[in-house]
Design a protein around this ligand. Structure first.
Ligand code: MG
Length: 296
């Protein structure tokens, strides 16, 4: 049987940021240990920290302490999420390799999340991109609620594509479409990707048990960049229904089976998962972590 699968995909690990932000605060040295364990497993792109207000998100406090405790790895991209220009300046000062910004395709979600209209958010991204361009740092703009909003329901794919284009015009060097509330299905993905093109990253959630299914479907449609989170940690603290990022273990196990390269060793990744579970102090949702990989 013939299938159109890529030889390799790019996996961006988001557990240390997206995964841990909703957890009880963990010491910066321990967060750095988790990042180091993930790099040791072969992760080459990782969202390690965010430069947000420590009052707003206590679990993300002291990003500089996390970064300075990290070992230097050749060929690794360390990314930081920033909410505004001030955060971008701090991240650039801390010499991160990539900056992540988010704008929701849902006007209501954007308002509740950052108290800005979509236009205001795009203007803020424009300023951040200009600053990053001066510093030679790339910006990945994440469109959240790209596959549906808990407030408006379906977002027209033309609206998502239009916002993506505006973010490219604003200077974003890469785009990621996020299924913030787990509303994507292969049908919705096909609709949105037809409008945006497949030169996007995908940030998928398991809220409705479709994360891994959607990743497989998107790969067949031509997408080559995916976010995932160690253990399946994380969701959105601003959307009650959103729980569980696509788990890195589940994704890598599937890709290994399909012969799609990620550069990540599942055996070593599972050691990082054990550390993550120890640090958060509760069980991780990833089934592959829970029961182990299938025997080959
Ligand atoms: Mg997420």
């Amino acid at each position: 049987m013939t299938r159109t699968l890529p030889a390799a995909v790019d996996v961006r690990e988001v557990g240390p940021r997206d995964g841990l932000q909703g957890e009880a605060p963990i010491a910066p040295e321990d967060r750095a240990r988790l990042v180091a364990a993930l790099l040791d497993a072969g992760v080459r792109r990782i969202e390690a920290v965010s430069f947000v207000s420590p009052e707003a998100v206590p679990a993300m406090a002291q990003p500089r302490a996390v970064l300075s405790a990290l070992p230097r790895h050749e060929g690794v991209t360390i990314a930081a999420l920033v909410p505004n220009l001030r955060g971008a300046d701090m991240a650039l000062e801390a010499a991160v390799d990539e900056i992540t910004v988010t704008v929701a395709a849902s006007a209501e979600y954007n308002r509740r999340n950052v108290n800005m209209s979509i236009d205001e958010s795009v203007r803020a991204v424009t300023e951040i991109c200009a600053r990053c361009a001066d510093a030679g740092v790339s910006v990945d703009a994440v469109v959240s609620c790209a596959f549906g909003s808990p407030y408006e329901g379906d977002i027209p794919s033309t609206d998502v594509a239009q916002l993506a284009e505006r973010l490219r015009q604003a200077g974003a060097t890469a785009l990621t479409l996020a299924d913030t509330t787990g509303m994507a299905t292969p049908r919705v993905l096909a609709d949105v990707l037809a409008a945006t093109g497949t030169d996007v990253g995908l940030h998928l959630h398991e809220t409705r048990g479709t994360g891994l299914l959607n990743a497989y479907a998107a790969m067949e449609m031509g997408v080559r960049r995916f976010d995932s989170s160690v253990g399946g940690l994380g969701g959105s603290p601003f959307a009650e229904t959103a729980a569980g990022n696509l788990a890195t273990e589940d994704f890598v196990a599937l890709l290994d089976d399909l012969g799609v390269r990620t550069g990540i060793s599942l055996a070593r990744l599972l050691r990082a998962s054990a550390l993550a579970e120890h640090l958060v102090g509760h069980r991780l949702p990833s089934p592959v972590y829970r029961v182990g990989p299938r025997l080959g």
